[in-house]
Design a protein around this ligand. Structure first.
Ligand SMILES: Cc1cc2nc3c(=O)[nH]c(=O)nc-3n(C[C@H](O)[C@H](O)[C@H](O)COP(=O)(O)OP(=O)(O)OC[C@H]3O[C@@H](n4cnc5c(N)ncnc54)[C@H](O)[C@@H]3O)c2cc1C
Length: 422
């Protein structure tokens, strides 16, 4: 991309080429709306290629279950619409009830499943052993949703971006958006590192960067970041197809025959200036989940402290200086996950590890996304804060975001408004 071939204008400009930005681009361009999507790195380079690949209704907050039900319907359609191998497979999700506390939490969640008519059910140990061949040491059963699915995150996100392109969207990689141009109080364009694109509509789908991006617009987005670490095992003959989650382990069968493996829901959180700014808002959630969050004070604090709160749009910004968030995986957590896996599936002991990585997850205080128009800046829509479970939601979220931008009635997002944080 050079300034010479930057589109002069578009109906909508999307900031961020993760699963949410790509799906929004697809569902807008399918309606004949002209779209430019700007991605500072490569499509899917941050969370959307680094996640576990669970596509689940199970365990979700009731506020996002309707959107997730819709999303799963759209995933099924996307398999044929993309025409590419995206690793989509309906293999179900299984949460182990390793302790009485877990069992009770699983039992409590069944109430939501019943309210939404989901096919979730509690399993006995015998049923569990049938579903997850080779599993050992289970004293209680688990919670299972057979209609849940999985997909390969990077290939799926890139396939959806190509699908959007086929419908006329212009996807620009290596093109950071530095800010929004506002005239007469409303969006009139976006300023990229390559120049200006005129538009009356901008969508911020910047994942972990959304909070910082919105800062120059005086929009205070309460969002922090946590780091999730993952590894991929080498291919194995083990045939367990269900995506499994327990306290010390998350496991999902990969298209290449291996498993993605991580340490349950445990994550690292680097203390940053925003962490201190938003501490009061995140405290209740932190207290509920403090066993699964490791706080760390390191160089990131000083790095982010040096970032300006306002910046000139004709100069390099942090979006270009740190093109791709690529945190280091936490080896302690990954070793724990490996040990938990071999205890749970002794036949997998000794399986080789092919790759390790980590991803920066954007979280909101109530761990629910924000999909909303910003009323102080007409023309600006925000679709972010997917709090570690936005891959599965991606198609539904993109469709809802596209509907919001196009002015159509938008179902399922009533409880995901920005105003809940004011
Ligand atoms: C380790 C891990 C495990 C997870 N597991 C699951 C799971 O199993 N299931 C699930 O549903 N979800 C999971 N998630 C969460 C899921 O990956 C995210 O919620 C989802 O990918 C968010 O998509 P997004 O498009 O909002 O953000 P992202 O994928 O982060 O995309 C945002 C994009 O915006 C770009 N960007 C930011 N600012 C700018 C700018 N100024 N200009 C241009 N581009 C910009 C970034 O480069 C980035 O590519 C996991 C996440 C991680 C990290």
């Amino acid at each position: 991309m050079t300034p010479a071939n930057l589109p002069e204008s578009a109906d909508v400009v999307i900031i961020g080429g993760g699963i949410v930005g790509c799906c929004t681009a697809y569902y807008l361009s399918r309606q004949g709306i002209s779209v430019v999507l700007c991605e500072k790195g490569q499509v899917g380079c941050e969370q959307s290629s680094r996640n576990w690949g669970f596509i689940r209704k199970q365990g979700r907050h009731p506020a996002e279950i309707p959107l997730m039900i819709r999303s799963l319907e759209l995933w099924h359609e996307l398999v044929s619409e993309t025409g590419e191998e995206i690793g989509f497979h309906v293999g179900g999700t299984l949460y182990l009830s390793e302790t009485e506390k877990r069992h009770q939490a699983n039992e409590r969640w069944m109430e939501h499943a019943r309210n939404f008519n989901l096919d979730s059910r509690l399993l006995t140990v015998a049923e569990l052993e049938k579903l997850a061949p080779g599993i050992r040491n289970q004293k209680r059963g688990g919670l299972y949703t057979p209609s849940d699915a999985r997909a390969e995150p990077g290939p799926a996100t890139r396939a959806i971006s190509r699908l959007a392109t086929r419908h006329g969207a212009c996807v620009l990689e290596h093109c950071a958006v530095r800010g929004i141009d506002i005239e007469a109080g409303r969006v009139s364009g976006v300023i990229t590192e390559q120049g200006r694109i005129g538009t009356s509509s901008a969508v911020c789908a910047g994942g972990a960067w959304s909070r910082y991006f919105c800062r120059h617009l005086d929009v205070t987005l309460p969002q922090l970041q946590v780091i999730g670490s993952v590894m991929a095992t080498r291919p194995t003959a083990s045939c367990m197809q269900v995506s499994l989650w327990s306290k010390g382990m998350g496991m999902r069968k990969r298209l290449d025959g291996g498993y993605n493996l991580a340490c349950g829901g445990t994550a690292d959180c680097e203390i940053t200036p925003d962490f201190l700014r938003f501490a009061h808002r995140f405290l209740p959630t932190y207290l509920k989940s403090k066993e699964t969050v490791n706080l760390k004070l390191n160089r990131r604090f000083l790095k982010e402290a040096a970032w300006p709160s306002r910046w000139a749009l004709d100069r390099e910004t942090p979006f270009e200086k740190e093109r791709v968030l690529d945190p280091r995986p936490n080896m302690k957590l990954l070793n724990l996950a490996y040990r938990t896996m071999t205890r749970t599936f002794p036949e997998l002991a000794g399986i080789g590890i092919a790759r390790k990585w980590a991803g920066m997850i954007d979280v909101t205080p109530d761990e629910l996304p924000i999909i909303d128009a910003i009323d102080t800046i007409p023309g600006l829509v925000i679709s972010t804060g997917y709090s570690g479970h936005g891959f599965g939601l991606g198609p539904g979220a993109g469709k809802a975001t596209a509907d919001l931008v196009a002015g159509h009635r938008c179902e399922h997002i009533d409880q995901l408004s920005f105003s809940r944080f004011r």
